[in-house]
Every structure is written in C-alpha cells, then in structure tokens.
Design a protein. Structure first.
Length: 278
C-alpha cells in the first residue's frame, strides 16, 4: 500500500513538472532525496541573440533593483567619460550610506578605478562620484539613466539614484529589463573584463590604496564555470543578481530578484533550464 502511494505521488508530481501551468513546473524538481524549492520572486534565463527565454518566472514583474542598478550606472559612465580622466570626490559623494570605499572629499581617482570600486565592491560613494562627474549632479545623472533605460527597451523600469539604495522617489525594474540593460553593458570591453575580477587594488591620485574583493560569490565557489555579473541586496529587494554565463559560442543572461538562496537558485536555473553543468 505504501509503495503504491509513493508511485502515485511521483506520478502526480511528474505531471505537475511538465504542465504548462508554470508555478509547479518552475519551482519543483527532484534533487537527491527531495524537491528543490526555488526562493526567487522573479527570474529569467535569456539568450540575447535569439531572444529565447529558457526560463521565465514572472520576469516582467516589478521589483526593487538594489545594486544591480549599478550596471546601468557603469554603462552610462563608460559611454560618457574617459577611463583615464580623474574625478575629484565631493562632500556629497562621501555622505552616502554603506557599502562604500570610504572616499574622502578632495581626493582624486581615475574613472577606471572608481568603476572597479563600483562593479567589484558595489561602492555607493563611487556611484555618486561617477554620476556627478558624468552629468554635473546626481539628479541630472538619474535623468540620463531613465532616458537610456527607455532607449535600450527597458520600458518597465524607473531609477531614482545611481546606486540602488531605497529612495523616496519611485524605483523599480524587472528581471527582463535588467537582462536587457546588462546585455547592453556587456558590449563594452571594460565592463566585460571588470566583472571577471576577483580582487583589485585601486589608488587615489594622492597615493591612498583601497583593496577590492568582488561581491560575486560564484567566482569563489568550486563550480565548473563562473557566472559573471553584478550582485545586489537591500531589505526591500532581498538578494538579487544579473549576469551571464557562456554556453558554447552563445551567452546566456540570468537575472534573479527577491531571493533567499541566491546562489543555489541560480545554479538550479542554469543547470535545469540552461542545461549547463556547474
């Protein structure tokens, strides 16, 4: 009787897994002795060339962007500032909350080094300093961000600052919009290289050094392949990530938001739906 019950339960779950109804199909898969429950609120695995969505869990649902916002910030800076230009840090840039580099007013850093701080350490003070250098003020830069997002096709996003911290103004995106923005940033050679670095050292013009360690934990895990990208976290957004993984000659972009287990969620999506063994 017990054996018959187990067979029946497996049959029911198998039907749910292949059902186009969606939620159960995306959220349950047998792994070892039990099912894996995806914690992400929304996610996408997408091929930017063929535009095929290998996986879509509410990817057009609005979510808080947190520090994945910095992908758009980096893109705009790379499109508007020379990497060798030096930026003098303002008092305003030093007053943004953590995470930050601890920049000091009056110091000067190259755009290149501030971008490394933005991308690897997710430094909010670097985001403000770069925004001010690119547009003259943080407010003007936010206007550029929203205009560029619409130009890219991210029609369901609105940004309120260059770093992604909670704001009084409207601030939202979708996994599919961030995948579009990331695909655009990935066309830039500097951005594509920077997201692969585990560690980096930057120096102010005055000689002060700052050691950086990437927030992307997949670079330090014993996976067969790395997933390169940008992390984010706030209490409102929970853990999130947007990045890419090579698949043969192709590139798959993955974006996850509202996660409690960001890295295991990502591994599950890439292995199960991208058919890439990590």
């Amino acid at each position: 009787m017990l054996k018959l019950f187990r067979i029946s339960l497996i049959a029911i779950l198998a039907v749910q897994l292949i059902s186009p109804d969606g939620a159960m199909a995306y959220r349950l898969i047998f792994r070892h002795k039990g099912p894996y429950h995806l914690t992400a609120k929304t996610a996408i695995l997408w091929d930017p060339v063929s535009h095929q969505r290998y996986f879509d869990l509410g990817a057009d649902q609005e979510v808080f962007p947190a520090s994945t916002t910095k992908v758009l910030t980096a893109l705009l800076v790379l499109e508007n500032l020379a990497l060798d230009r030096y930026v003098t840090i303002s008092q305003h840039a030093t007053q943004v909350p953590q995470t930050k580099l601890g920049l000091r007013a009056g110091e000067s850093y190259s755009v290149r080094d501030l971008l490394y701080g933005l991308i690897l350490k997710s430094a909010n003070d670097a985001a403000v300093a770069l925004a001010e250098a690119a547009a003259g003020s943080e407010g003007k830069f936010v206007g550029m961000m929203n205009a560029r997002a619409m130009q890219i096709g991210a029609m369901h996003s609105h940004f309120a600052n260059p770093h992604g911290l909670p704001s009084q103004g409207p601030q939202y995106t979708t996994a599919s919009d961030m995948a579009l923005i990331f695909a655009q940033a990935l066309k830039n050679d500097f951005f594509r290289q920077a997201i692969t670095f585990k560690h980096y050292v930057i120096r102010s013009k005055e000689g002060r050094r700052c050691y950086l360690r990437s927030h992307n934990k997949t670079l330090f895990l014993n996976w067969k392949q790395h997933v390169f990208g940008k992390t984010g976290f706030t209490f409102e957004a929970q853990s999130c990530f947007v990045g890419y993984i090579p698949k043969g000659r192709d590139t798959l972009i993955v974006a996850l938001y509202g996660c409690r287990r960001r890295w295991t969620d990502m591994k599950y999506i890439i292995e199960r739906f991208g058919h890439i063994n990590l």
